[in-house]
Design a binder for this molecule. Structure first.
Ligand code: GDP
Ligand code: MG
Length: 257
């Protein structure tokens, strides 16, 4: 049974770059057979070679032109189009015979709200969970974290993804090559309780000091057995940590309470 890993996260968090670097590492270091699937119709250029590419069926540009839509409307249209093709997708390689692969990496649309927070994700994961135990990796951009509320809200977006999908979601903090000294990002990984503690002292920002500790406490309850890892999609040597987390999540999927 291959490990199917789905990369989700806000636009620009590094999903596509991670898929590239992780797949190269898996092939080179563990000699794995890795299949890549691209579900982003909006991407212009891919840094990896996908086994299936949604752009064989439609691209964001074509949809914008054909239906006279802006990019957001076109993303929504694309998500509806994927629903109508969902059975074809699962008849296509690599899904038609997943046993041929050690790992299948799935890259998702840049704008996560056009995929995760639309009906298409329910349809997609319903079928995916029938054929495997998918591991969902939620990518957080460390360089986007400037304030305590940035850290907590990005982390919580991963919790919401878990709530939407009903699957275990493992958070991964990316771009540590440019934001490695980001203390708030480090706290998410190493001392999340401290974020709640800090939030309580936000006396000048009333509502924030009430809401943020609550968010942290919910996030802590749902984090399962995993500790997020910090990686850089530009540094191959951080892929081992990512793989350890993905592997651990795969092995314990289903028996988390
Ligand atoms: P996606 O929208 O989530 O697929 O994000 P991309 O993989 O396309 O990355 C968005 C931008 O961030 C690109 O310019 C990448 O080169 C850059 N990027 C992604 N990961 C990293 C990283 O770990 N470090 C740095 N410095 N840049 C990164
Ligand atoms: Mg992408």
């Amino acid at each position: 049974m291959p490990i199917i890993t789905v990369f989700v996260g806000p636009a620009g968090s590094g999903k596509t770059t991670l898929v590239k670097t992780y797949s190269e590492w898996l092939r080179r270091t563990l000699f794995m057979h890795v299949a890549i699937v691209n579900l982003d119709p909006g991407v212009e250029e891919l840094p990896y070679k996908p086994l299936f590419d949604i752009r064989e069926w439609f691209t964001l540009r074509d949809i914008m032109r054909k239906y006279r839509l802006g990019p957001n409307g076109a993303f929504l249209k694309a998500s509806e189009m994927l629903i109508s093709k969902i059975n074809d997708l699962f008849k296509h390689t690599p899904f038609n015979d997943i046993t041929k692969w050690d790992m299948i990496l799935i890259d998702t649309p840049g704008q996560m709200e056009a995929f995760i927070f639309r009906p298409v994700s329910t349809v997609f994961f319903k079928i995916l969970t029938k054929i495997s135990n998918p591991v969902v990796v939620f990518v957080i951009d460390a360089s986007a974290i400037e304030t305590l509320s940035d850290a907590v809200t990005l982390w919580f977006l991963g919790v919401l993804t878990q709530a939407k999908l009903g699957l275990t979601v493992v958070p991964v903090i990316n771009k540590i090559d440019i934001a490695g000294s980001n203390e708030l990002a480090r706290l998410i990984v190493e001392e999340p309780e401290k974020l709640a503690e800090m939030a309580k002292h936000y006396s000048e920002e009333g509502l924030l000091s009430e809401v943020v500790p609550e968010l942290v406490s919910i996030a802590l309850k749902t984090k399962g057995a995993y500790r997020p890892v910090m990686v850089s999609a530009k540094k191959t040597n951080t892929m081992e940590d990512l793989h350890y987390l993905v592997h651990e999540a795969f092995c314990t999927c289903g028996d988390l309470t």
